[in-house]
Design a protein around this ligand. Sequence first.
Ligand code: NAD
Ligand code: MN
Length: 358
Amino acid sequence: MTTYKIAVIAGDGIGKEVMAEALRVMEVLQQYDADFKLQLEEFPWSSDYYLEHGEIMPKDGLDQLKKFDAILFGAIGDARVPDEVTIWELIMPIRKQFKQYVNFRPVKSLKGIGSPLKNGKDIDFVIFRENAEGEYSNSGGRMFEGQADEMAVQNTIMTRKGIENITRAAAQYAVAHGKQKVTSATKSNAVIHTLKLWDEHVKQVLAEEFPDLQLESNYIDALVAYFVERPQSFEVVVASNLFGDILSDLGSSLVGGLGLSPSANINPEKDYPSMFEPVHGSAPDIAGRGIANPIAQIWSAALMLSHLGRPDLAEKIVLAIEHVLLDGEVRTKDIGGSASTTEMGDAIIEKINAQMSL
Ligand code: NAD
Ligand code: MN
């Protein structure tokens, strides 16, 4: 029997609500496979935890997480706690310390979900967002606060290694999945030093290590338009931290919205655990009402199972999600229905049960 140790951090707001459903789904899968066992440990690290303890995770939090095979994360964010705490003292340290420099975000039309585009043909590509450096750095600061000369400086940090790593990860995925093309998001025409470096090393890695892959390099302002005009033309998109964040929210809206969009923060070397979480945040506007869509969280759990070496189980989950959406009877509010979070979880579990008894 293979036992996987999973750290579960549900976080704030709807994070808690959608996580409950993902855990139920994984519980069900274990019943059908004697060789598959998850040992879950839940960590209460959240804004409530911060307000009670004065820190969002204990000093040895990362050491505690290190021994797990993977981390399943919900969402974090609360109006009572500054983002500097929730983002910079919880999510960022995990991503950075555990060298999760790949943020993998599939943009895939699910059966039964319409498209906001006139050209409603199926979309199926993936975004590799650089996840450890770039525009999201804590280098810089504010000066002359409250004065007329008030200003802020934000330093973007890109390294040759960082660019090579994310490019290699994207290209390896492309090769492994029979893709022909990698699209790079840039803005080097604006003489931004970091993006000049980006262009050079994306190009070099592809030319030297993946000569069979085609490189398409697009300026970010044009690329967002292409996402809308010809989303079917993309296969693998590689982008810096900020560009990748923006592109993936746009990508998400092309295929049904945040309630359906999973992501993986991957440490390709596997010397630290990887972390799996929906693209969405804690959604304070709907939290506590039991109406959040749990699909993004459940699909994120599927990405985790795939990463742990069980793509067969991941596929069962995605198939079950698609069956529910195709039936069309059970839908949460964000995708045009009135089902609750739990009802959506129930419906997906029912489809998994049906697949297993075939
Ligand atoms: P959000 O993703 O929480 O919500 C954006 C919109 O999408 C809201 O209208 C929300 O109701 C809706 N939505 C999101 N997920 C949904 C779901 N599963 N089902 C149905 N509707 C859903 O983004 P926001 O409102 O900009 O941010 C809220 C908080 O979350 C902030 O504190 C922000 O910093 C944080 N945040 C955290 C993460 C993370 O944990 N990685 C990511 C993004 C935002
Ligand atoms: Mn985002």
